[in-house]
Design a protein around this ligand. Structure first.
Ligand code: IMP
Length: 513
């Protein structure tokens, strides 16, 4: 790269320190008459990436539940091993309290919903960024459960919430039920108020976390309650708002099953929120997270790991509508959430995928879904049931058209395979390689259910391997031959390097290639 070009690119980085070099630039232009503008070479080269070392994005490359929490965990461990890295920011940049991520080390296991997966590491600070839809009441209980774990203890100062994140309350959860009722009734959603909260960001009726902390919060939320109360009153088949039942996070956790609770009267609703607001204020965890990025983006002793939730296949536009979530699940969501990071600046974007199968939640039927003995075996083996709902997840054969599309559209650079232990010696694995139409002509993947209903998936069968044997393995070379061939085949067909695999639930069941 020429010196001039390097200089040009570095100048783009002036965004983060505009105070530097003002006089030099002034002298160049006004005193030395160095006037250059619109050089095609420079314009073309502006596309060249300025890569920020020690920054990684973890993105779901299928339909959610791929095991992103695990990969975040292993990535933290790898990054802490890099010379000079002293601490790591783990950033959740979208989504809300969905099914969540599971992380574990040799001593403990945590089910996380809103808190980023870095919390098991004392060197990690977890940022809940502005693209998140945050239910502070559930967050309060989630943090209490995390801190009750003797392996974690106090996390004050290690969980920071953006003042610009969107506020979710039981009202948004109720609105999700309302929307479901007035639309087809079939349209999904996890009942966590994700879509109404995201809609509020777009139609500007939403409330930000900092507005919840402002003096006039009670008036604002009280009015919102009244508005929703009228909305429910107008639908004769729906109960009054106070009787509407939404998920009770605390009791669901305590009892280990889905428990609902009534929203209650306006005063009851507001009093509950007041206790939550007092807790938020006493923890002093709400900050200007944009400033944290601006301060540290150029300090490579601080690692940044961006933890995606859901998956590219659930993106509102790149997923299969209406079984989609409401925030940007791709690498590009990092830009809108942080307001600081350019997607091309992130050193590596890892797409996580389930190696030998795919799971799906929702009313959709994807082309490779199956309901046979193999699917039942996978479901039992890997407990493919909703974490809180207990609902069985659909099981699909590995769908390469879907995976390749998602990797391309999600801004993914490389892939990490999970669940490589889900295979049996002597039992072939079916991989969907491509689709054809009813005339047998090749057709590409499109994220549209009506389109996908008409495609015919084509499969190739490859040899299975002893899944349990992979758990003891520490390197690619030690893997059974069939597992190595399988990964190489995926890399070859998708065009994305496969750089790691997990072979079981424990932190050690992980291989870097
Ligand atoms: P929402 O994000 O709660 O609105 O859910 C919308 C849809 O996204 C659901 O019906 C599911 O199909 C899917 N979804 C959301 N979260 C998850 C998840 O954690 N795992 C798998 N699917 C999910």
């Amino acid at each position: 790269m020429s010196e001039r070009l390097k200089d040009q690119i570095q100048r783009q980085e002036r965004l983060h320190n505009p105070q530097l070099g003002i006089q030099e630039d002034f002298d160049a232009v006004y005193n030395r008459n160095e006037i250059q503008i619109g050089s095609p070479a420079v314009l073309a080269d502006r596309l060249t990436r300025f890569v920020r070392e020690n920054s990684v994005a973890i993105i779901g490359a299928q339909l959610g539940d791929e095991g992103k929490g695990r990969i975040v965990d292993n990535t933290i461990q790898n990054m802490l091993g890099i010379k000079g890295v002293k601490m790591i920011y783990v950033v959740r940049f979208q989504g809300g309290g969905n099914a969540g991520h599971t992380v574990e080390n040799d001593k403990t296991k945590l089910a996380l919903h809103q808190v980023p997966s870095g919390i098991l590491y004392p060197e990690a600070v977890c940022l809940m960024d502005s693209g998140m839809l945050v239910n502070p009441e559930n967050l309060m209980h989630e943090i209490a459960l995390i801190e009750a774990n003797p392996e974690v203890g106090d996390t004050t100062d290690r969980i920071i919430l953006s003042e610009k994140a969107s506020l979710t309350t039981p009202l948004e959860e109720a609105k999700e039920l309302f929307n479901r009722y007035v639309s087809t009734g079939a349209k999904g959603g996890t009942g966590r108020g994700i879509s109404p909260t995201a809609a509020g960001r777009i139609d500007r009726t939403g409330i930000l976390i900092r507005e919840f902390l402002a003096e006039d919060w009670r008036g604002k939320l009280g009015k919102r309650y009244e508005r929703y109360e009228r909305m429910f009153e107008a639908e004769e088949n729906l109960p009054p708002l106070s009787e509407v039942e939404t998920p009770d996070f605390y009791e669901s956790k305590r009892q280990g099953k889905a428990v609902q609770r009534k929203i209650g009267t306006k005063e009851e609703f507001l009093d509950r929120l007041e206790a939550v607001r007092d807790w938020l204020i006493s923890r002093d965890m709400v900050k200007n997270v944009t400033s944290i990025h601006q301060r540290h983006i150029q300090d490579i002793s601080k690692g940044f790991i961006f933890e995606g939730a859901q998956a590219v296949g659930l993106h509102p536009w790149l997923g299969t509508f209406p079984d989609v979530t409401s925030t940007d699940t791709t690498k590009f969501g990092i830009q809108t959430s942080t307001g600081v990071w350019k997607p091309g600046q992130i050193e590596q974007s890892i797409g996580v995928f389930k190696a030998t199968y795919t799971s799906s939640v929702g009313s959709r039927t994807m082309p490779t879904e199956v309901n046979n003995g193999w699917a039942k075996w996978v479901r039992e083996e890997e407990r493919e049931y909703g974490t809180t709902t207990g609902r069985p997840r659909d099981i699909l054969h590995l769908d390469l058209p879907l995976l390749t599309y998602n990797a391309n559209m999600g801004g993914i650079d490389v892939l990490a395979a999970t669940h490589l232990d889900i295979a049996r010696e002597g039992e072939p694995i079916k991989i969907c390689t491509h689709y054809t139409d009813s005339n047998g002509n090749f057709i590409p993947y499109q994220p549209d259910l009506e389109y996908l209903e008409k495609v015919k998936p084509h499969y190739i069968e490859v040899p299975g391997w002893d899944g349990m044997a992979t758990r003891e393995v520490n390197s690619f070379d030690e893997l059974p031959l069939a597992a190595k061939q399988f990964l190489a085949f995926i890399q070859w067909r998708t065009g994305f390097p496969v750089i790691a695999a997990t072979t079981g639930p424990a932190r050690e069941n992980y291989i870097d290639f």
